[in-house]
Design a protein. Structure first.
Length: 505
């Protein structure tokens, strides 16, 4: 299964997911330039040894915030056999799934159960956990390579390509420095077939070492993969019984060609020449601020169009992974010290200090079910998509025939919405606790009104798209057949979603 991003377009809008860098502990070794070597095809013995730690994953999702509901599939691999940890994409796990089940098929066809262990707040990787005893027939685990890969380097993947177990595809690295995802993942592009189900497939180099994790594809001829260092940085924390340190300033970056930087953003030509000498493998690309998340520390100091030169004195070049790595390590070492960024703003060099915040504190780990719909507080992904200020409460996944059905504007051909609740019956709604507190009263009186802002798309006269985000009002009649309201909360220690009733018996 591949990541599907919210895309608000004139002709329609489709909802589904995505989408880190963890403060590195393992992947700190230098990453020398890897030589380009020939590879006809992986040998039979090489494929057999690689297949042993590959798994197929089937997910059944019942309750989510903005991820897809239903049944879907993907690929994973054994990354830590001793502790029963499997690596896959966050979008394969569903990220914010509640009441989701994970069925894992091993290389020998054996089927075992798994549970969600961890997903990154920004980037598209996650861990599932299984009983280590269920992996007794798996005699090896993936071996990583942190060497920088080069364009033209041969690679292969093994995964559930086109929903077929353990499909083998071969190809080459097309470009190492690209970015993909609602919030930026550094990815490298590979030329091969990675259709339906290949998400989460490990990318192998000529030596049979894993260099990446297939992240996305929408063609028969190319795919995008995350550098494997992302996952091993997080794994190192778990192997020390710690929680991954994940921080950000709120900057969302993308790649820009140096020629465009000079032409459109007044980037100094001489500096561009020096940059290419320092980073000859950059493919003529540099990092530019594409957006700044509302309400984050960077909002007051960073501007869109700023070109990133260094972080805390470290020149990051085109390496987005390195940029995140420096930030995470700095905050881990001195939590209260701001990050220092050297940027070029309209041709002028500036040094700017920006505080960072804990990404883990902004993950969706709580949902409320009420009236046949799901309520949740916005995370960074939703804040980026909507520009909403603060952790506003959103309503989504409105079941057909429920109390909120045909009352809230949903995205076309879905049950999902980008609707933020402002107040109910005149009472301001800022958090899920506000929703929980007012639910007993709403159930008792049954009829109520709700003020909201729609950050999605609606269709008005002549089926024309409407993107108005002003306040709107709607009256709701609660239907008792929608079931009892409940709170779903993820426990980081047990790695399970607890379900508690809102109403007392």
């Amino acid at each position: 299964m591949f990541k599907i991003l919210f895309s608000l377009k004139i002709l329609g809008c489709i909802v589904c997911l995505i989408t880190g860098v963890s403060s590195p502990v393992i992947a700190n070794a230098p990453r020398p330039q890897a030589p380009v070597v020939g590879l006809d095809s992986p040998s039979r013995s090489q494929i057999k040894s690689s297949q042993e730690f590959i798994v197929s994953i089937k997910v059944r999702s019942a309750v989510t915030a903005y991820s897809a509901e239903g049944s879907f599939f993907g690929t994973g691999c054994v990354i830590d056999k001793k502790n029963g940890l499997l690596l896959t994409n966050a979008h394969v796990t569903g990220v914010d799934n509640v009441a989701a089940s994970y069925e894992v098929t091993l290389h020998n066809g054996k089927e075992i159960k798994a549970q969600l262990f961890y997903f990154d707040p920004w980037h598209d990787f996650a861990f599932l956990k299984v009983d280590p005893a269920d992996l007794h027939d798996v005699h090896s685990e993936m071996q990583p390579s942190f060497d920088t890969v080069a364009s033209g380097e041969p690679v292969y993947i093994i995964g559930k390509n086109e929903n077929k177990h353990f499909s083998v595809q071969t190809g080459t690295i097309a470009n190492y420095y690209e970015s993909s995802g609602t919030l930026p993942n550094q990815v490298f592009r590979i030329s091969l077939n990675a259709q339906g189900g290949a998400s989460g497939s490990p990318v192998f180099n000529n030596a049979g070492k894993v260099i990446g994790l297939v992240h996305a594809s929408n063609t028969l001829t190319s795919a995008l993969a995350l550098p494997i260092a992302y996952a091993y940085d997080a794994l190192a924390y778990f192997q020390q019984n710690k929680k991954p340190a994940r921080s950000s300033t709120g900057i969302v970056v993308e790649y820009l060609s140096l020629d465009d930087a000079v032409r459109f953003y007044s980037f100094p030509s001489k500096m561009a020449e020096e940059y290419l000498k320092k980073f000859p493998d950059s493919f003529n690309r540099i990092l530019i601020v594409q957006s700044v998340l509302v309400g984050t520390p960077a909002e007051k100091f960073i501007q869109v169009g700023d070109v990133i030169i260094s972080i805390n004195g470290v020149e990051v070049g085109p390496d987005l992974y390195k940029m995140d790595k420096v930030i995470n390590e700095a905050i881990l070492k001195t939590p209260d010290k701001p990050i220092e960024l050297k940027i070029i703003r309209i041709g002028e060099e500036k040094m700017i200090q920006v505080a960072a915040y804990d990404l883990s504190s902004r993950k969706i780990n709580k949902l409320v079910s009420f009236g046949g719909a799901i309520f949740y507080e916005a995370d960074d992904t939703i804040i980026y998509r909507t520009g909403v200020i603060g952790h506003r409460v959103f309503i989504t996944n409105i079941r057909a025939g429920s109390s909120f059905f045909e009352k809230m504007p949903v995205l076309p051909s879905t049950t999902s919405a980008l609707v933020a609740i402002s107040n109910i019956n005149g009472k301001q709604i800022q958090t899920l606790d506000d929703i929980v507190a007012i639910i007993p009263t709403l159930i008792k009186q049954q009829d109520f009104h709700m003020v909201f802002h729609n950050y999605g798309v609606d269709f008005g006269f002549n089926n024309s798209p409407v993107f108005s985000q002003g306040p709107r009002i709607q009256h709701i009649s609660y239907n008792r057949s929608d079931g009892l309201p409940e709170i779903y909360k993820f426990n980081d220690k047990t790695h399970e979603w607890a379900v508690d009733p809102i109403l007392e018996n």
